[in-house]
Design a protein. Structure first.
Length: 141
């Protein structure tokens, strides 16, 4: 029997007893009628269009971030070592102040906080396979 798994709009072939005794009573699946298959196809097309729109927005954001160069000033001692460090939260705040772009700090790939003065390339993972490379310059006050 063909059924539509309601969780992710997948069409599956399952045994009649499994569908009738387990999937249908728990509302995990619905029978794959012609009308239901058309509705599933429409929902999948809508999801695909929304995904393409989101990807286009993220590509645009990635281009803006790649063109951006952040300059962060911090207190530093002898040899360019910072008193404290520059973290992902500091970078997200600087991006918002400089470019007005909202970036989640968890999307910024920073292995460890920046603790010395210098130039850095920081990756920002925006969406599935879309990553922007951000130029960050840490300067002493």
């Amino acid at each position: 029997m063909k059924v539509i798994i309601l969780e992710d709009d997948r069409v599956e072939n399952v045994s009649d007893g499994y569908a009738r005794n387990f999937l249908f009573p728990r509302r995990l699946a619905a029978p794959a009628t012609a009308a239901a298959l058309i509705a599933v196809a429409k929902r999948q097309d809508k999801k695909k269009a929304e995904l393409e729109k989101r990807k286009a927005e993220m590509h645009e954001l990635a281009d803006k971030l790649s063109a951006l160069e952040l300059v962060i000033t911090a207190d530093a001692g002898e040899g360019g070592k910072l008193f404290g460090s520059v973290t992902t939260a500091d970078l997200a705040r600087a991006i918002k102040q400089t470019a007005g772009l909202e970036v989640d700090r968890r999307k910024i790939a920073l292995n460890e906080p920046l603790k010395t003065v210098g130039d850095y390339a920081v990756n920002v993972k925006l969406f599935q396979d879309i990553t922007a490379s951000l130029k960050v310059k840490v300067a002493a006050k």
